[in-house]
Write a protein that binds this ligand. Structure first.
Ligand code: 3PY
Ligand code: MG
Length: 257
């Protein structure tokens, strides 16, 4: 069974909901892939993943039949290349605050002429069922999505320049960090009106630039809101929340008498 790309899922479904996993355990990644999410994201920025768990997690997600996405640690563009070589379908890079950051991200994730990614997609080709290197090279830039995270005042100020960088396919709003930035450290609340207004502005400007837009939703209700607003890619909660919600719902049912 060949792995499926996020580009093809977006093409067929229009938008997608991704699981977001901090736990470095492939069985949890496979379980999330089988739970009905359109794709699964492994988080190396705040999650507990290392390169080994990313490699094993991507294989487990492929077994579940959906695309794997990796959020790299801040500025770790070498890991972006490695995650793609391991078979990730898209990379999310946090704290992209300037066109220069965006160019470094694109350089690591796109082959020439868009970037400077070095050749060696051994596991990615295995998972894709690909044997023809030249064909893989020809198709991969378009099939590999890059999400630049917009989550600071600097990123908002540089947004149009970031969107104009060749090889940046999408922006992904980090609404918690953005709310900390917009409240000057006084609050962390994605639903603050100024935060929602800033997110709407990012969505509109990215659309105008012809780029995809993603955002992180902390609750199902927020996920529904972002779907109604037309986001392409919505991260829905975290593995810790899935576990807590499932356990607390079952315990409440069992203790209801
Ligand atoms: C944020 O909300 O800041 C994020 O990075 C979401 O993952
Ligand atoms: Mg963030």
């Amino acid at each position: 069974m060949a792995s499926i790309s996020l580009v093809s899922v977006l093409r067929s479904r229009g938008s997608c909901l991704t699981a977001w996993l901090a736990s470095p355990e492939p069985l949890i990644a496979e379980s999330a892939a089988r739970a009905g999410f359109d794709c699964v994201t492994l988080d190396m920025q705040h999650g507990l993943h290392d390169p080994g768990s990313i490699m094993r997690g991507i294989g487990a997600i492929a077994l579940g039949g959906v695309p794997a996405i990796v959020r790299i640690p801040v500025g770790d563009f070498a890991m972006a290349s490695r995650a793609l070589d391991m078979g990730a379908s898209a990379i999310i890079a946090p704290m992209i605050n300037s066109a220069e950051d965006a160019r470094a991200f694109a350089a690591a994730t796109k082959y020439q002429p868009l970037g400077e990614r070095s050749w060696g997609p051994v596991r990615a080709m295995q998972l894709a069922g690909a044997t023809d290197g030249a064909a893989f090279l020809r198709d991969t830039n378009a099939e590999t999505l890059t999400f630049a995270m917009i989550e600071t005042r600097a990123a908002l100020a540089a947004l149009d320049d970031i969107l104009a960088v060749p090889g940046i396919d999408a922006v992904f709003i980090g609404p918690s960090d953005l709310s900390i930035a917009l409240s000057d450290g006084a609050d962390v609340n994605p639903m603050r009106p100024d935060n929602q207004a800033a997110a709407a502005d990012v969505l509109a400007r990215a659309r105008k630039a012809g780029k995809l837009v993603g955002i992180f939703a902390i609750t199902g209700e927020q996920g529904r809101l972002y779907r109604s607003l037309g986001y392409d890619f919505i991260a829905l909660g975290t593995d810790g929340m899935y576990f807590h919600l499932g356990a607390s719902t079952m315990l409440a049912e069992a203790r209801a008498v």
